[in-house]
Design a binder for this molecule. Sequence first.
Ligand code: GLP
Length: 242
Amino acid sequence: MLEFQVYPTYEHLSRAAADVVVSTLQTKPDAVICLPSGSTPVGMFRELILRHEQGLADFSQCTFVGLDEWIGMGPEDEGSGHQLLDRDFLHPIGFRSEQVLFFDARADDLHAECERINRALEELGGLDLIVLGIGMNGHLGLNEPGTSFDTYAHVSELDPITIEVGQKYFQGPTTLTGGVTLGLRHMMEARRLVLMASGEAKAPVIARAVNGEVTETFPASLVQEHSDAWVLVDADAASALL
Ligand code: GLP
């Protein structure tokens, strides 16, 4: 079932996404949750930190799973997914290291690293909630166009659009050689999936994700097949649909 919600502003959208995270934790304090890095979730993180400070959200028993990472980068690297998440969410909340499952994208054997994540997630019983942003080419995590809906964690070859758009996370021109990411199958199997988007630039990809053909050439279209998917957008990101 696909729930589509349009909010007047980015702030409203961020509060709504935070509501989903908080209500998941209220129902299941030891939930396994995956939240993305990137620009889109920053407002949601601010809201979650606020609620944590006010005693309205308790993250102490949950497990946080990282969605994706650029190959060769770790938490010390400016612009890495892990660094953005540490800065914007994990450190301010005070997550303990044993609560966090994240790819080591500097591992010598990245395929073995993906298998480690797959096994760990399976042992945790899978994801209760995954929150996702959407790429300008319709990617989810770093599942690029053409990725099978059947994949778990894997090494991803980056699409030229991802390499270009990804520059926004770095201070200067950065060579992005590939990624590691949870797979589309993880997303399909997550008990609840939230896809967030903000801004006019995302309007065409949101329209295609929600109304276009369900196809592996456009990974975000899988939301239409998910049993409990919520697409939450601000009015600008909905503008190609309204
Ligand atoms: C990036 C990341 C994704 C992210 C998406 C949207 O390339 N790999 O995990 O969700 O693209 O990013 P943003 O929210 O910055 O637009």
